[in-house]
Design a protein around this ligand. Structure first.
Ligand code: NAD
Length: 250
């Protein structure tokens, strides 16, 4: 039918990788789905394949973009029920190499961007009911040596998720807020790390071996968890930290 579905989701960083897979999974579960990204071309390409999907330019670090996007979504679909804060960046720079610009850039996209997503998510979803799903990383819980800014940003996302969950529960808002910790997933982010490695094959084997299940995860496996967390089946789950990591954080 040409009528819109009853639930609407906004996914950030939906041009590629995990965000693209998450947005596609919500499309397949009958949501009106908004593919949001700084890369509008790719996002629009992805959205075109689904009837109840659209693409929007959204730089998660810009509050004005959130204001415009959320207003447009409610005008178009009549509600906003879920925000998935997936957009993120992660380049390695150890504590001796780190500089202010690197720190600011990583924290700005990963943590500040997720903060805006939570703020505007709460503002809209408290009116329509639904949930916020944040994408952190196993590195936010279990740090490694060479990505201090990334790890700190993701630890911040975990804490931000839980304070948002508490606030919504205390206000009696119909909004749950949860965070997924993906293990190592084969995406553009991973390809970049591999391409810069001296021995990519060894590095790939190494990444697989970090998971007791001895393989990398897939973007679809992260998407399944995101769809579950927003579903009615997760109706008593808020503030939870869900590793989807083949056992990495055990
Ligand atoms: P990716 O690089 O493939 O995709 C990231 C997307 O975010 C891109 O489409 C990019 O254009 C978009 N983006 C970047 N900055 C943005 C901004 N300011 N505003 C809006 N969009 C922006 O990365 P991915 O591997 O799919 O990662 C997605 C999320 O999952 C990230 O938060 C990442 O930290 C997290 N994660 C990834 C892995 C992994 O192994 N790939 C593991 C753990 C966590």
């Amino acid at each position: 039918s040409t009528e819109t579905h009853s639930k609407t989701v906004l996914v950030t960083g939906a041009a590629t990788g995990i965000g693209k897979a998450i947005a596609e999974a919500f499309c397949n579960c009958g949501y009106n789905t908004v593919f949001a990204d700084i890369n509008l071309g790719e996002a629009a390409q992805n959205a075109k394949r689904f009837q109840h999907a659209s693409a929007i330019t959204l730089d998660v670090t810009q509050e004005a973009d959130w204001q415009t996007a959320t207003t447009e979504i409610v005008e178009r679909y009549g509600s906003l029920n879920c925000v998935v804060n997936n957009a993120g960046i992660g380049l390695p720079l150890n504590i001796e190499e780190i500089d202010h610009e690197h720190w600011q850039t990583i924290l700005n996209v990963n943590l500040t961007g997720t903060m805006w997503g939570c703020k505007y998510g709460v503002k809209l979803i408290s009116q329509y009911g639904g949930s916020i799903v944040n994408i952190a990383s196993v590195l936010g819980k279990r740090p490694v040596a060479n990505v201090p800014a990334y790890g700190a940003s993701k630890a911040g996302v975990i804490n931000l998720t839980q304070s948002t969950a508490l606030w919504c529960a205390e206000q009696n808002y119909p909004v749950r807020c949860n965070v997924i910790l993906p293990g190592y997933i084969r995406t553009a982010l991973m390809e970049k790390a591999l391409s810069e490695a001296i021995n990519p094959k060894e590095l790939l084997k190494h990444f697989a071996s970090l998971h007791p299940m001895n393989r990398l995860g897939t973007a679809e496996e992260i998407a399944n968890a995101a769809v579950f967390l927003d579903s009615e089946r997760a109706s008593f789950i808020t503030g939870s930290v869900l590793p989807v990591d083949g056992g990495n954080t055990i």
